[in-house]
Design a protein around this ligand. Structure first.
Ligand code: IVH
Length: 692
């Protein structure tokens, strides 16, 4: 879409727009620049400016358009917003019915299909285009005279819901595209809307934080969200759109410019700014090569940033596609190859109840062990009482479970039609299964809680959380040791971690001198963990790692929070009413302040450490190490970066600030050299950044 010369000039224009205030005369450049950065971010996944910088430019455009509404165009980047609530979704007929594909499951199925294609075409070897089968919600888009005019759900294949305002919120879908350059006046395109694994995880984490059950897979997230009536919410969910099929073309009298192959169509879509699977597709001659390819793609399925449930194999020549035509259900020129299912059926045997560190009581279903996506699942969280009713679950039910990528397994549904009279209701307890105190459920919440702060289960869970990897990271402690020491009476609360009697530990079976000294060292090291880790480790409700970082940035000592008002807390980034109330309650509680004072006395740092280096601290800077370091271990260097507010990233991209190059550095260095803005420094230069 943008060649390197255009990229350079748009990047230059970006810098100029940052410097001077844009006015009416720069409106076209502003729009071009914003579209370019949307494309870099949403289609290429390789942004060249930060989110804040994007917002800054966006606001400039918004301001000019407010002052001069006559200059607003329907494809201006600002027109993705402000649509508000949709009243109803009108039904619209697709120009071409959205047929589904025939499925295949193994090499034999594919070979059979290839035989038929060869027979019907009279050809000996067919050229195929093979691409991922995206696992989301399908849509069709209509562009007329280069403008996006509507987006429709699949519906029953003939007619779907017009969800144009929601579609416009998806930034990888261009609001306008110059199809006219290809001789095209009207075009209908099919594709899939999906949430990538990363965003899905964030979305599910937020649901969990709210005490709501997470969704089983990104497909459900996409399908459910497209019909949401609040377009702003659709925007917040960060969907991506992959466009993989041109189903209708109305030409503008210049048919000669239209691509003649399916792969050519994908190239065209990519060049026009769509996220088509141009980089993921492969053109292969003959079915044997296709079979090899789909198998190797399946093996790498987990490394993709989004979920796919198979591959789609398409005859590449459009002329041949037209010749092959379709049956009443499927096109004959394409077939889906389905990967091994990540769903399985099992039996729900019994339900146990676990008490978490906040007192939340979670029902856990014990199920007949079953293999799903390569792992054996024998228990599965069923979240809360409402969830049990919504999913209509009973003991001894047959259930369908799904394990999607690295998402924890979920129950998709029960099969009431398979009940044989042996099923019994699941009765949620009203007393804590551990301390037997009465459980409470505040109005409007879904979770039953044990509010006894001294409840043994909660104390143990709080300690487990405190020592965990993302919190104080006391290695070699771990869940099993916390439970063991607690049960033996050697550890009774969080401060107890720093008062453990090492002599007693040394007497335990399996605890040699080496393990005792490792544990002692790890406990000692944890005392100087950065403040945000301590805040997270305290397990304040709704305070995840990100909020903990925001909180740590705003104080120099943790005790300052005792003087923060609810209002002040709400002023902080991403801290809403509920989160603020929880933080406020925590620091107003005298027992909690006492606990912090006790930890301080035991040597745990309560202050934000701002390392002063030649150029300031590492806050907000990203680092990556490559090659062999000679003067310090890589793990120590990485720990130093993190301790000083920097972040270690996993790969070279424009998000990287510093690449630290050791001996024999290879491809990362080569890649970094091509990206302006990455500072490439030696180990010595890095060492100079270390204070003292
Ligand atoms: S082609 C006329 N390509 O899988 C053929 N479909 O039943 C149009 N899907 O309904 C479909 N990835 O929703 C095609 N690369 C891909 C796809 C894909 C996912 C979906 C689509 C379709 C279903 C197959």
């Amino acid at each position: 879409m943008f060649d390197s010369q255009q990229t350079r000039s748009l990047q230059k224009l970006t810098q100029e727009l940052f410097k001077g205030k844009a006015d009416q005369s720069s409106i076209a450049s502003l729009r071009d620049v914003l579209r370019f950065h949307e494309y870099r971010y949403y289609v290429m996944n390789d942004p060249l400016i930060s989110d804040t910088e994007y917002d800054q430019l966006y606001k400039q455009l918004e301001k000019i358009e407010k002052e001069h509404p006559e200059l607003i165009t329907t494809d201006s980047p600002t027109q993705r917003v402000g649509i508000g609530l949709i009243k109803d979704f009108p039904k619209k007929q697709h120009l071409v019915p959205m047929l589904s594909l025939e499925n295949s499951y193994n090499a034999e199925d594919l070979a059979d299909w290839d035989r038929k294609v060869k027979e019907l075409s009279g050809l000996e070897k067919i050229e195929y285009c093979v691409e991922p089968k995206f696992d989301g919600a399908s849509i069709s888009l209509l562009y007329e005279s280069d403008m996006l005019v509507r987006g429709v759900t699949r519906g029953d294949g003939e007619t779907g819901d017009d969800i144009t305002p929601n579609i416009k919120k998806i930034k990888s879908i261009p609001l306008s595209a110059t199809f006219s350059e290809y001789g095209i006046e009207q075009v209908e395109i099919r594709g899939e809307i999906l949430m990538n694994k990363n965003n899905f995880k964030k979305y599910n984490d937020a649901l969990i934080q709210e005490g709501l059950p997470p969704l089983a897979n990104p497909r459900n997230a996409a399908a459910g969200s497209l019909r949401i009536k609040d377009t702003e919410e659709v925007g917040r969910r960060n969907f991506e759109g992959f466009l993989y099929h041109v189903s209708y073309i109305g030409d503008n009298g210049n048919k000669s410019k239209e691509p003649l192959t399916h792969s050519g169509m994908l190239e065209m879509l990519w060049n026009l700014g769509f996220r088509s699977p141009k980089n993921e597709m492969k053109i292969l001659k003959g079915i044997d090569a296709v079979i090899d390819h789909v198998h190797s793609f399946e093996a790498g399925r987990d490394d993709l940033p989004y979920e796919i449930d198979g591959m789609v194999i398409k005859v590449n020549s459009i002329e041949l596609q037209e010749k092959l035509g379709m049956t009443s259900h499927h096109p004959r020129w394409a077939i889906a190859f389905k990967f091994k299912a990540r769903q399985a059926t099992s039996k729900l045997l019994q339900v146990d109840y676990q008490v978490g560190r906040t007192g939340a009581v979670t029902p856990v279903a014990r199920i007949q062990p079953v293999q799903v996506g390569g792992v054996t699942v024998s228990s599965i969280s069923i979240h809360n009482e409402d969830y049990i009713h919504e999913k209509d679950l009973k003991i001894n039910d047959t259930i369908l479970i799904e394990r999607s990528g690295d998402v924890i397994p979920q129950i998709v549904k029960s099969f009431p039609e398979l009940r044989d009279g042996t099923q019994t209701d699941i009765t949620f307890p009203r007393k804590c299964p551990v301390c037997h105190d009465k459980l409470h459920k505040p109005e409007g919440e879904a979770v039953w809680r044990c509010v006894n702060i001294g409840c043994e289960a909660q104390v143990v869970e709080r300690i487990i959380h405190f020592v965990s990897k993302d919190a104080m990271d006391i290695r070699s402690f771990g869940e099993a040791n916390v439970r063991k020491f607690y049960d033996m009476g050697l550890l009774k609360d969080v401060p107890g971690i720093y008062m453990l009697d090492m002599n007693e530990l040394g007497k335990l079976e399996g605890f040699g001198a080496k393990s005792v000294s490792n544990l002692q060292q790890a406990i000692e090291n944890s005392k100087t963990q950065p403040l945000h880790r301590l805040i997270y480790a305290l397990g304040i409700r709704y305070v995840g790692e990100t909020t903990a970082k925001t909180l740590a940035q705003s104080v120099t000592s943790i005790f300052e929070f005792a003087d923060y008002s609810l209002d002040q807390l709400q002023q902080l980034n991403d801290v809403g009413v509920k989160v603020a109330a929880s933080i406020y309650a925590f620091f107003q509680n005298k027992d909690n302040i006492r606990l912090l004072k006790q930890l301080e006395k035991l040597g745990v740092h309560m202050h934000r450490t701002t390392a002063v280096m030649s150029g300031g601290n590492l806050g907000g800077q990203t680092f990556l190490f490559t090659g062999t370091l000679n003067k310090m271990k890589r793990s120590a260097a990485e720990a130093f970066v993190e301790k000083n507010g920097g972040t270690i990233v996993s790969g070279v991209s424009s998000k990287l600030n510093y690449l630290v190059v050791g001996e024999d550095a290879g491809s990362k260095l080569e890649k970094a050299k091509k990206i302006p803005g990455i500072k490439i420094i030696s180990e010595d230069e890095f060492l100079k950044m270390i204070p003292g």
